[in-house]
Write a protein that binds this ligand. Structure first.
Ligand code: IMP
Length: 429
């Protein structure tokens, strides 16, 4: 198993952080391949002597960092906000987690600059808003593809940094002044701030594509960690209500510089129901008391922005699309315990479009906004599952629910999570 890719199969927030933490035990390297500090991966660690459980939210550094033996890579496909990265490094250090010699940051990763965040928030005030996280992700990828972006490697040379920044700031200031009537940015302040970052992150910067290639040559096991989810993919998601990168499995190859032939397995993480943050179509959304129940039991508030997540039933039609574009070979179901108390659980098996049943997904929002979900109803198990420690000890109706999903999706469920803690992970043999 040289490279295993782990992807979110819905609209993000499936609980990938916990699953990556679990799988990290058996790998040598965990490598993040796209997105930026728009992601929030939560990991709950057992208490230290006499203390209580420790919860960490990571935005950039892979969740594998909590396993001292594991090396972590932030790949070229990620857009790095140095401020967010430094906060994370400081948080890990103060928790006693040693990252020296374990964290490798791609010299080719693009940086998020103050003007990216400013432009992101200004655009979100306009009519075209899509409900971004406001972390400057889209504007940073715009510069990457305009070939005017600033990369980690540029921090190392003051002259190069000044030249590139000068061009960018002049351009952005004109935009801010003329188009948005907003306050301009100060070049010197930004240069000084970003040169400080260089001193802090210099020791971690490397050619990560070469590092990973060497690791593969030595037979090391790599876990490629995606952020967000397949339905937020800029190519395969519900455009334009998507993020600006490729969370789908193909993004792992370009975002890390690993060859497709090294990938042996794609694990899709699926929450037992659906959530979405930000705008865009959501066929199984529940705008009623049931949705409210899912939100409050599931603690469905954004780990990055704190926004309440939109909640709804599981949507097998969108999952079939996700399985198709990612090549998902195994599924991990998360947050099953959230459904413990429901009398009935609904699952969307098809869409009705103009009265006709359709079993495939639509990525054009014009159609997706019109579809009506067709539901199959399952009886709830009405038994707590968070204390269950093996798959066969799950309530019979919970297993029936999972087995029905497996049959319908034609992909094996290999893991079921019944809580945020490490020991609340059931392996399906
Ligand atoms: P952006 O990635 O901040 O540009 O936001 C674009 C869309 O992706 C918005 O709908 C966000 O709410 C959504 N999004 C970005 N990151 C995440 C995430 O980690 N989880 C869930 N949704 C996300």
């Amino acid at each position: 198993m040289p490279v295993q890719i782990i992807v979110g199969a819905q609209w993000g927030d499936e609980g990938k952080g916990k699953i990556v933490d679990h799988l990290s035990e058996k790998v040598d390297i965990v490598a993040r391949y796209q997105g930026g500090a728009n992601a929030g991966h939560t990991v709950v660690l057992p208490p230290l002597k006499g203390g209580s459980e420790r919860e960490f939210v990571l935005h950039l550094i892979p969740s594998g960092i909590f396993h001292p033996r594991v090396k972590c890579v932030i790949g070229n496909g990620v857009v790095i906000d140095p401020k967010a990265l430094l906060e994370e490094i400081t948080m890990l250090r103060s928790a006693g987690i040693d990252i020296r010699g374990r964290l490798f940051i791609s010299h080719n990763a693009h940086l998020i600059m103050p003007y990216h965040k400013k432009l992101d928030s200004i655009r979100e005030q306009g009519e075209q808003k899509i409900g971004t996280t406001g972390r400057g992700i889209g504007p940073s990828y715009i510069d990457k593809y305009m070939r005017t972006g600033i990369r980690v490697v540029d921090l190392l040379d003051r002259d190069v940094l000044c030249k590139k920044l000068k061009f960018n700031i002049e351009e952005k200031n004109e935009l801010l002044r003329k188009v948005y009537n907003a306050e301009e940015l100060d070049l010197d302040a930004i240069i000084n701030e970003y040169q400080e970052f260089d001193k802090e992150i210099d020791e971690y910067v490397t050619d990560t594509a070469r590092y990973l290639s060497e690791a593969l040559r030595k037979g090391k096991k790599i876990l490629a960690e995606g952020a967000q989810g397949a339905l937020l993919d800029v190519d395969h998601g519900t455009y334009p209500f998507v993020t600006s990168s490729n969370p789908t499995s193909g993004g792992a190859c370009t975002g890390l510089g690993i060859p497709p032939t090294s990938v042996t397995d794609v694990l899709g993480v699926v929450k037992a129901y659906s959530t979405r943050v930000g705008n865009g179509p959501f066929p199984t959304e529940l705008n009623d008391e049931m949705g409210e129940r899912l939100r409050s039991i599931g603690g469905e508030y954004g780990a990055t922005t704190g926004r309440p997540r939109r909640c709804g039933w599981l949507d097998l039609v969108s999952l079939r699309h996700s399985i198709m574009v990612n090549g998902i070979s195994r599924i991990a179901i998360t947050k099953l315990d959230v459904l413990d108390d429901f009398d009935e659980i609904q699952v969307c098996t098809a869409y009705l479009v103009d009265g006709k049943p359709i079993d495939h997904f639509f990525t054009d929002v014009q159609t997706l906004e019109r579809v009506k979900p067709v539901y199959k109803t399952y009886r709830g198990w009405k038994t707590p599952t968070s204390g269950v420690r093996s798959y066969r000890n799950l309530p019979r109706r919970a297993r029936k629910y999972l087995e029905a999903l497996q049959r319908s999706l034609k992909v094996k469920i290999s893991m079921v999570s019944v809580g945020a803690r490490r020991d609340q992970t059931l392996i399906v043999r």
